[in-house]
Design a protein around this ligand. Sequence first.
Ligand code: 5GP
Ligand code: ZN
Length: 114
Amino acid sequence: MTESCLFCKIISGEIPSERVYEDDAVYAFLDIYPASEGHTLVAPRKHFSKFTDMGAEDVAVLFEAARKVTAAVEKAFSAEGSNVGINNGEVAGQEVPHVHVHVIPRKKGDGGRG
Ligand code: 5GP
Ligand code: ZN
């Protein structure tokens, strides 16, 4: 836990969130400003500021969890697909410096990109 990190506080329960999924390695919760209904963030419990700070094993665990969350969220929100990705670094739009995978469920004609 990094004292001042917003997502470390969410993961520890110090700040409330809408939990979607959790296991030993990750915590997934609804984005407070969703790009679509069901927009979920999947974060490793371990603090890494950037995706590129992570090692292969932690990446594998994070993305397997993200895959499971994507399947569950698509089913729960009757989505036909999802955008799954990471903003790596401030210049790329990363606002919270604790790695997280965005899972954005998509439906035909929902107005999003793509
Ligand atoms: P980033 O820009 O770092 O890739 O994504 C950060 C995401 O975290 C944004 O989509 C933003 O809406 C979300 N977010 C920021 N603060 C909070 C919060 O306090 N709670 C939750 N659930 N999401 C947050
Ligand atoms: Zn953190």
